[in-house]
Design a protein around this ligand. Structure first.
Ligand SMILES: CCCCCCC/C=C/C(=O)SCCNC(=O)CCNC(=O)[C@H](O)C(C)(C)COP(=O)(O)OP(=O)(O)OC[C@H]1O[C@@H](n2cnc3c(N)ncnc32)[C@H](O)[C@@H]1OP(=O)(O)O
Length: 329
């Protein structure tokens, strides 16, 4: 129950703040998440529900629709005539999933989710050659315990929001997508990747001494099966696009300049299915995983904090950061 409430906390807070200005939003959102008394006051004014595996919030907090919103880290183009939003990630240099980015991302997805006219979401990158470099290592290195907690809650929330979305979600993977970037695309309904052998996708965490959360393992297993998950996660494998296609980590490869156009065409096909039937089916497929994750959400948080704050983990992250920086120098 606590785990469920925590998820609702964040969803409510994000929805509540989504009509205000972005910078103020983010500061207020974080303050709200930290302040349990404000949060419980907020909660008492709300009714929450769980529908088809998706956590939703009271209509009282539904933000007004704004069509083409631009924030520093995300650009959302919503086409009302097609009902499709294209979300361009623009967090240079590599679209790392920092706390700031994740906060904006959750707000943006929540806004689209609440807008009944938005039926499909395409996720892509504005950065050249990179879809997303995964979690921002700077948010996992040398921080205070409460900062680790805040960051991890945002990571969990990003995954839950995307994985349980009622919208059709398509990842238009127009660059490399390691680790958290891969997780983000795995949460979508369909993955189209640029057929460029220089790009890679997968989970490289063990290579620099960290471990993916159990819910990532669960989600991956449902997509590529137990054996492929075992090999990928234990060895920290990154695949080129054609190998990723072979194991089912992505659904389709297309020339680089056709990724977005193919995603748009594919979306039309998915949206031709009656929404209610597709949604109920999606929920039927995903709800067991979501329920499982919700039931261990707080334990997962404690496990993350204890793992990430260990001296040995911090040392390995420091070495990895150095290595990333040296690569350029
Ligand atoms: C229970 C415990 C659970 C623990 C957590 C489990 C889940 C964790 C998941 C994660 O996502 S951890 C992050 C893993 N990501 C990576 O290993 C990717 C690292 N980056 C790259 O491989 C490359 O950057 C790239 C994405 C292939 C792009 O290559 P490119 O040559 O275009 O750029 P770079 O010169 O390498 O990088 C530019 C700049 O960006 C910095 N940077 C790169 N990735 C990250 C990152 N994930 N976080 C923070 N910063 C990153 C890199 O250091 C460069 O910085 P500067 O040198 O410009 O300062």
């Amino acid at each position: 129950m606590d785990a469920y409430k925590s998820s609702v906390d964040f969803a409510e807070a994000t929805a509540f703040l989504s009509h205000a200005c972005y910078e103020q939003d983010k500061m207020a959102l974080r303050a709200t998440l930290k302040n349990k008394s404000i949060l419980s006051g907020l909660l008492s004014r709300l009714s929450s529900c769980s529908s088809h595996g998706r956590v939703c919030v009271s209509p009282v907090l539904v933000a007004q629709r704004r069509n083409n919103s631009t924030s520093p880290k995300l650009k959302v183009d919503f086409n009302q005539s097609t009902g499709v939003a294209v979300m361009h990630m623009q967090n240079p240099p590599v679209n790392s999933l920092s706390l700031g980015f994740l906060t904006e991302f959750c707000i943006a997805v929540e806004k689209l989710e609440m807008d009944k006219s938005c039926r499909g979401l395409i996720l892509t990158s504005s950065q050249p050659k990179v879809f997303s470099a995964g979690l921002d290592i700077m948010d996992m290195y040398g921080k205070k315990l409460e900062q680790y907690e805040e960051f991890w809650r945002a990571v969990q929330e990003m995954w839950l929001k995307l994985y349980s979305s009622n919208m059709v979600t398509i990842a238009a993977i127009n660059g490399s997508s390691p680790a958290g970037g891969c997780l983000m695309s795995l949460s979508c309904d369909y993955r189209i990747m640029a057929d460029n052998p220089r790009y890679s996708i997968g989970f490289n965490e063990t290579q620099f001494g960290i471990v993916v959360p159990v819910w990532c393992k669960e989600a991956m297993t449902t997509i590529v099966g137990h054996r492929n998950t075992e090999l990928t996660l234990e060895l920290g494998l990154l695949y080129n696009p054609s190998d990723a296609l072979k194991i089912g980590l992505v659904d389709q490869l297309v020339p680089e300049d056709q990724v977005l156009a193919t995603a748009t065409k594919t979306m039309t096909k998915w949206l031709a299915i009656p929404d209610h039937a597709r949604r109920i089916t999606k929920s039927m497929m995903r709800k067991p995983t979501i329920d499982k994750i919700m039931s261990i959400r707080e334990a997962d948080m404690q496990q993350y904090i204890s793992f990430i704050s260990k001296d040995s983990t911090q040392k390995m992250l420091g070495t990895y950061l150095e290595m990333l920086k040296k690569k350029r120098g």
